[in-house]
Ligand binder design. Structure first.
Ligand SMILES: [Zn+2]
Ligand SMILES: [Zn+2]
Length: 376
């Protein structure tokens, strides 16, 4: 029998919108739900569509300061002030209308994903709108207003979870959850990301390993630009499953950013959808062997919003639901995506293999260094 799976769908989250020039377009999530639905995966007998509501201030405050929440409300309601100390301003985090309300919807979606799994109503859940992993307790950062994965983890701890593993495969370091739980021995954070001195957010090096009460509770795989599918997967496989198994979490929380794709405009990794298919299997297997099947997934980065993100997250969700969609994308979806993009999109989930990347040898060295310091 297949596992029970929940797909959190909150169309109102489209209001999380920094404007037409900003790379984090709401369409990336909307087209993902559309593709999952065009394939009929959300109508499988083991899959349930879940609605969600905006998170309450008290839940957001599990991670964020009252001053920051208040500033986010005021800035998003047009109060003119210098909001820069909260991270808001021109650039990555422009102020937009009803910013608090929009971000609270995203947090609410990820809390629902956590709650449904924790209460045993589903084995796995996916909150595609979530994964805003750069927000800090008192500051917006990297397109992220509130840190929904961190709030979901804090919510689980508040409701009785004792050990949580957070695995972040976004191309950027999962700095928010790492920072927030850095000295908390109940939370293991593992992030595999592109790393170079000039690459956002600049953290996530090998020497960041957890605070004095949680040494080894933060693990980073800082890979060089130009890492390809095989080296990325080898690094993931050699480090993530054994560490999560050793930790023995009650729940596995994952951030599934797909800005690792070779065509992503904001990063320089060389992954294809083949890596997403493989890592989805790894994570799914890990959830069952190490976390009693309890797996909560969020979306994350990914800036090929029509060409890559919907396919990447459909691959992940199909794995979660034990569905096997045909490789050819539904024609109705292609038509819709091309109309919104104003250009062509790929016609299949799979992609040609790109071969070795120029960062592969160094990626293997990084993975070996992590295995060494973690005692694997
Ligand atoms: Zn399963
Ligand atoms: Zn990212």
């Amino acid at each position: 029998m297949s596992d029970r799976v929940g797909l959190v769908v909150c169309p109102e989250a489209r209001m999380y919108d920094h404007g037409p020039q900003h790379p984090l377009r709401p369409d990336r999530v909307l087209l993902t739900w559309d593709l999952i639905s065009a394939y009929g995966i959300d109508r499988c007998s083991n899959v349930e569509r879940l609605s969600s509501q905006a998170a309450a201030d008290d839940d957001i405050a599990l991670v964020h300061t009252p001053e920051f929440i208040e500033a986010t409300k005021r800035a998003g309601h047009g109060e003119s002030r210098d909001w820069r100390r909260f991270g808001y301003g021109p650039g990555d985090n422009p102020i937009f209308d009803r910013m608090h309300e929009a971000a609270a919807l995203v947090v609410g979606a990820s809390i629902t994903a956590a709650q449904v799994v924790w209460e045993g109503r589903a084995d796995h859940t996916f909150s595609a709108a979530g994964g805003l992993h750069h927000a800090m307790p008192s500051r917006a950062s990297g397109f992220c207003v509130y840190d929904d994965p961190a709030v979901a983890i804090a919510w689980l701890l508040q409701h009785g979870a004792e050990r949580i593993a957070y695995v972040d495969v976004d191309v950027h370091h999962g700095d928010g959850p790492q920072f927030i739980f850095y000295d908390d021995p109940r939370v293991l954070t593992i992030s595999i990301h592109q790393y170079a001195p000039w690459f956002f957010p600049g953290t996530g090096g090998l020497t960041e390993r957890g605070g004095p009460h949680a040494m080894g509770g933060a693990v980073n795989l800082p890979l060089p630009p130009g890492t390809g599918d095989d080296a990325w997967l080898a690094a993931f496989r050699s480090v993530v499953p054994p560490l999560v198994r050793r930790f023995g979490p009650d729940v596995l929380v994952t951030q599934l950013g797909c800005d690792t794709h070779a065509t992503d405009p904001l990063a320089q990794m060389e992954l294809t959808t083949r890596a997403y298919r493989e890592v989805a299997k790894e994570i799914h297997d890990l959830a069952h062997t190490a976390a009693g099947g309890r797996w909560i997934a969020t979306g994350g980065g990914g800036y090929q919003w029509a060409r890559v993100v919907p396919r990447a997250w459909t691959i992940h969700f199909a794995e979660m639901a034990d569905a096997d969609p045909p490789d050819a994308l539904p024609a109705t979806w292609i038509e819709e995506a091309e109309e919104r993009l104003g250009s062509t999109v790929p016609a299949s989930l799979s992609e040609p293999h790109l071969g070795a990347g120029e960062g592969d040898a160094e990626a293997a060295e990084v993975a070996a260094a992590v295995r060494e310091w973690t005692g694997l």
